[in-house]
Design a protein around this ligand. Structure first.
Ligand SMILES: Nc1ncnc2c1ncn2[C@@H]1O[C@H](COP(=O)(O)OP(=O)(O)OP(=O)(O)O)[C@@H](O)[C@H]1O
Ligand SMILES: O=P(O)(O)OC[C@H]1O[C@H](OP(=O)(O)OP(=O)(O)O)[C@H](O)[C@@H]1O
Ligand SMILES: O=C(O)c1cccnc1
Length: 490
């Protein structure tokens, strides 16, 4: 039996690509597995053509790292399948997390080409955790960003997450729901996500209820007699001729015995129908009853429906949110930026590419959010060497990392570091905020962005600039590597 084994295997330690363990083996055999290393996570382009991304996934990463140990069955499997020797298997058995992890908080707005997480510590350990960290951050940041785009489209309307039936399996449904909540959704239909994460749960009913009772009156009445809060799904047969009039009839009959919250429409021309439904509800004396809409909605359809004057108060979004329909993956990467050499000194590392934007930036870094004190809006992010602190300067020179002639001097600013220590040498030192606080944090962060970066279509590029020291170090390292290759050929 295969499934029960999956259920019992709650550790994600083998949730890694084989090549990570193969590299660990080489590091171990060559005596460099404990050398200090620094890896950083970043992505090269904001998803969906958006001007920013909403960072999410840290909570799951913490859970993963807190539970990181090889079980005997894992070791047996590695020994039998990959043929690792006893010495290495023993090393894995005794492996204790010693990594120091720094990360942007969940709900932080993050941008292309800046580190959003930094993993420092023994080379072999930092290598092992690459796959799971990328898996978690890439998915959750993607969904939180999609959710934020949808939130911008709906404004102050209600926003419900309906995606579980269409998500890429169960984990994606619940972690995706959590990310959607951070990005701006108000509630979820997934009861387990509600229980696990304390997200408000909400729901209406399906067409099957109407079909089961064979007519709308009996179905709505039965539902009303068994529930206080009622939203009736009115499009099973004929929304305007039968669904809404029947919902109104039942609401009137039940009076104060129920809280008639409104009706849901799930098909047809939502602009035309919602306007007619609004009139029917108002004329019947239910001006506060809300119109819920669902059916393959996303931010583009919502914007268009609003343009058409649709009278929709609450939006239920499933498939296109939870599957990140128009961009199924965020391309976050995990790159080595510094490594201890045999003399115990840290050496910055670099990956060169013929594409200028793909040349990594060497060295352990910090990211600073620079906000103008006058307007309380961000001037951009300033990526520095880890030991630089722009809070000590009176003026900050900010320049584009490729087109250095695009530059400015900023004075009277506040600089806030984005990377916070989460684990210190394997020990969790970060007190996680509540999910509600994280959601509020995300919403407040958006207030710091000029509208030019927030629009969903063709937003301006947000400045992610390098400090002079970081830039000079990068240029020097590129030149050194190039001249070494010319001289030595490798
Ligand atoms: N007025 C409108 N303007 C733009 N898009 C709309 C409008 N009304 C509905 N839509 C969207 O158009 C798509 C229509 O989907 P579809 O062709 O499946 O029609 P349907 O009415 O849902 O039919 P079915 O009864 O099979 O569910 C959905 O994504 C829906 O959200
Ligand atoms: O359209 P989405 O954004 O994915 O939102 C979720 C969908 O799931 C339900 O439809 P489904 O046909 O599965 O069931 P039902 O209509 O029978 O309730 C619901 O009515 C939504 O249309
Ligand atoms: O509660 C609802 O209306 C609902 C829940 C899941 C999917 N579609 C609709």
């Amino acid at each position: 039996m295969f499934y029960p084994q999956i259920d019992q295997d709650d550790s994600l330690i083998l949730h890694t690509d084989l090549y990570e363990i193969n590299m660990m083996y080489t590091y171990f055999k060559k005596g460099v597995s404990e050398r200090n290393s620094v890896f950083e996570v970043f992505f090269r382009k904001e998803p969906f053509g958006n001007g920013y991304a909403v960072n999410a996934g840290l909570s799951h990463v913490i859970q993963y790292l807190n539970n990181l140990h090889f079980k005997e069955s894992d070791l047996e499997y590695l020994k039998e399948t990959c043929g690792y020797d006893d010495e290495f298997i023993d090393y894995l058995r005794n492996l204790k997390l010693k990594l120091t992890i720094r990360s942007a908080r969940e709900g932080e707005l993050v941008f292309a080409n800046e580190p959003i997480m930094q993993i420092e510590g023994p080379l072999a350990q930092a290598q092992l955790v690459e796959t799971a960290i990328l898996n978690i951050i890439n998915f959750q940041t993607l969904i939180a960003t999609k959710a934020a785009r949808i939130k911008v489209a709906v404004g102050n309307d209600g926003l419900m997450e309906f995606g579980s039936r269409r998500a890429q399996e169960t984990d994606a449904a619940i972690w995706g729901t959590r990310a959607a909540y951070i990005g701006g959704f108000d509630a979820t239909s997934n009861v387990r996500a509600g229980k696990l994460f304390n997200i408000p749960v909400a729901g209406t009913h399906a067409h099957s209820l109407v079909e089961a009772f064979n007519n709308e009156y009996d179905a709505f009445k039965a539902y009303a007699e068994t529930h206080k809060n009622c939203v009736f799904l009115v499009d099973t047969y004929d929304t305007l001729r039968s669904g809404v009039p029947t919902a109104i009839k039942v609401a009137k009959e039940m009076g104060d015995k129920i809280n008639f919250q409104g009706v849901r429409i799930d098909s047809g021309d939502m602009a035309y129908i919602s306007k007619k439904v609004r009139k029917q509800l108002d004329d019947a004396g239910f001006p506060d009853a809300k119109i819920y809409a669902s059916n393959d909605l996303d931010e583009k359809t919502i914007q268009n429906l609003k343009m058409q004057g649709a009278k929709i108060d609450v939006w239920g979004i499933g498939t296109k949110l939870i599957t990140a329909f128009d961009q199924p993956a965020l391309g976050g990467v995990y790159k080595l930026v510094a490594i201890e050499d045999k003399d115990g000194n840290m050496r910055d590392t670099l990956k060169i590419s013929s594409n200028a934007e793909k040349v990594s930036t060497p060295g352990k870094k910090q990211v600073w959010r620079i906000q103008a004190n006058s307007e309380k809006k961000n001037e951009g992010d300033w990526v520095s060497r880890y030991d630089e602190d722009p809070r000590k300067f009176d003026a900050l020179f900010m320049f584009h990392p490729q087109y250095t002639y695009i530059n400015k001097v900023v004075t009277d600013y506040t600089a806030r570091p984005l990377l916070h220590e989460i684990f210190h040498e394997g020990k969790l030192v970060y007190q996680e905020p509540t999910l509600k606080e994280t959601k509020e944090f995300a919403a407040n962060n958006l207030d710091g962005l000029w509208d030019e970066y927030k629009r969903s279509l063709n937003p301006q590029d947000y400045p992610v600039d390098l400090s002079q020291k970081l830039y000079d170090n990068k240029v020097n390292l590129i030149n050194n590597i190039r001249s070494r290759i010319v001289k030595r050929g490798y």
